[in-house]
Design a protein around this ligand. Structure first.
Ligand SMILES: Cc1cc2nc3c(=O)[nH]c(=O)nc-3n(C[C@H](O)[C@H](O)[C@H](O)COP(=O)(O)OP(=O)(O)OC[C@H]3O[C@@H](n4cnc5c(N)ncnc54)[C@H](O)[C@@H]3O)c2cc1C
Length: 487
């Protein structure tokens, strides 16, 4: 460790950063967490969608990923990162995904058995459980339609055992039942002595040969204006998320393997209208997923609030806006794909602190997306929906499964689809082979002694499921390896 400092700087306080911070603090390491976003007052959790977009989200929820089909990426920028606004759905990565990572990337200690204790640790910290009360109507509808068509929908566990269904996941959980990092790991880390500083954007890692010696931080104090500080570092863990981590590493002069392999799970949403009230906007979001269509397709439920509904109807606003007044009869769902390709992340030319991300879906991905979307429409009509409005510019109401089939098979134009994603990963992947990927098997940047990455960007590929559990498990494992190395 550097003679100058014994402090480990953790950049970012989301799923990866909080896992690293508490693991290091438990081992007696001096930790400072630097978070670009603000610490949102607990009383502001559960507020309106516009207020939440300003308080919790990066760029108020609008980060474009450009490509053949533009994709809107949504991520958090606050103490707790994206875990403050996510839905808390919880999956371990399937064992075959982990064994493929190990084989293709020469990684050791990353199999299902190796990661099991880390998953268990995260599950305990996040109070992961399956919903045990009566299923909300929007969940029942998806289960009913999917079962009628021969699928086996699953009710997915969430990081919210004590959820009472306030339907405010995306606006910050006001009861604290959803165990975002601000309610779970960060208080634990702080109780062990870690300092968690908000409004602190790390602009650059200062390197001396193979070692980081400090970070340059832009601190935005309330009313005091911004100032640049240098904080000495014995080691750095970068945990800024899949778009910001490569931007910071590139701003620090690091290039090899960085930002060349962005992965995403894009999804296409649809609003369904039911004859009877379904009240999806006032109950927890649909809890079921359908995964038995194809391993790379998932169908599930989307978050619905008046603000989210307006955004989903906006593609054809003139025609759609009348639906706003019948929100009690509406619920939202999505078809998602897990593409095999890779995109890129670079600093934006006009503003080097912003990420310019690119991802091109190929024809197979699009075919799977269309197939998944069609199946979703069929399931919703089988569940009793009387009309669907997809998030596709120029496509109005679909009144039956035949109309959905005709649209998908004839003229489902990719450029008209309003695709979104909340899962991005793999932009600085671990790879045990020297010179391949960005990081070694312990999450250390190749060629450097004390700069690590432990967040979504470190994953070697798509986890095949919602990623938070795997990000936390892998981040904890990297932090433990670090502690073992420094003795
Ligand atoms: C709306 C939504 C719903 C989701 N639903 C689910 C779900 O149900 N299940 C699931 O598994 N996953 C879900 N996800 C995804 C999951 O939350 C993320 O994959 C996960 O939180 C990523 O962890 P991370 O540590 O990489 O980044 P984040 O949790 O996003 O944290 C990164 C933090 O680093 C900060 N940061 C970035 N750069 C800097 C810098 N230079 N200096 C200082 N700070 C910096 C950011 O401001 C941010 O707070 C969802 C995400 C969203 C947005």
């Amino acid at each position: 460790m550097s003679a100058e400092s014994r402090t480990v700087v953790v950049v970012g306080s989301g799923a990866g950063g909080a896992s690293v911070a508490v693991t290091l603090a438990e081992s007696g390491v001096d930790v400072v967490v630097l978070e670009e976003g603000s610490r949102v007052d607990r009383r502001a959790y559960g507020g309106t969608a516009p207020a939440a977009l300003a308080a919790f989200y990066r760029h108020r929820g609008m980060t474009p990923i450009i490509g053949r089909a533009p994709v809107g990426f949504v991520e958090g920028c606050c103490i707790g990162g994206s875990t403050e606004i996510n839905s808390g759905f919880w999956h371990r990565a399937p064992p075959q995904v982990l064994s493929t990572w190990a084989a293709e990337r020469a990684l050791e200690g990353i199999g299902a058995d190796d990661l099991a204790p880390h998953y268990e640790w995260a599950e305990e910290a996040c109070e992961v459980a399956v919903w045990s009360r009566a299923l909300p109507s929007s969940t029942e509808a998806l289960v009913r339609g999917a079962t009628a068509l021969g699928h086996r929908p699953e009710i997915v566990a969430r990081a919210a055992a004590r959820c009472v269904g306030t339907n405010t996941c995306a606006q910050g959980c006001p009861t604290g039942a959803k165990r975002g990092m601000s309610a779970s790991l960060l208080p634990r880390a702080e109780a062990l002595g870690a300092r968690v500083l908000s409004d602190s954007r790390v602009a650059r890692i200062v390197l001396d040969g193979r070692r980081a010696v400090a970070v340059e931080v832009r601190r935005d104090g309330a009313g005091a204006g911004a100032c640049i500080e240098r904080i000495a570092a014995g080691a750095v863990f970068v945990c800024g998320g899949a778009l910001q981590t490569p931007v910071l590493l590139q701003a620090s002069g690091l290039r090899r393997g960085i930002g060349n392999s962005l992965g995403i799970h894009p999804m296409l949403r649809v609003v369904a209208r039911f004859p009877a009230r379904i009240d999806a906007h006032s109950s927890v979001l649909p809890l079921a997923q359908v995964r038995d269509l194809d391993p790379d397709i998932v169908l599930g439920g989307a978050y619905l609030s008046p603000g989210h509904l307006a955004v989903m109807l906006a593609d054809n606003w003139r025609e759609n806006r009348a639906w706003m007044s019948s929100i009690g009869h509406l619920a939202a769902y999505y078809a998602g794909v897990m593409p095999k390709g890779w995109g890129s992340v670079r600093p934006d030319r006009l503003d080097r602190t912003r990420a310019r991300a690119r991802y091109d879906l190929d024809d197979d991905d699009l075919a799977r997306l269309r197939a998944g979307f069609l199946r979703l429409c069929e399931i919703l009509f089988a569940a009793g929906a009387v009309a669907l409005r997809p998030c596709v510019h120029g496509v109005g109401e679909l009144r039956d499964a035949g109309e959905a089939r005709r649209w998908v098979s004839h003229d489902a134009p990719v450029s008209a689809m309003s695709l979104t994603t909340v899962h991005a990963f793999g932009s600085c992947p671990m790879d045990g082979r020297p010179g391949r990927g960005a990081l070694d098997g312990d999450g250390r940047v190749h060629g450097l002694d004390n700069v690590h990455v432990a967040d979504a960007s470190a994953l070697p590929g798509s986890p095949g499921v919602n990623p938070q559990a795997t990000i936390m498990a892998v981040a904890r494992r990297c932090a433990i390896r670090y502690v073992e190395r420094i003795g």
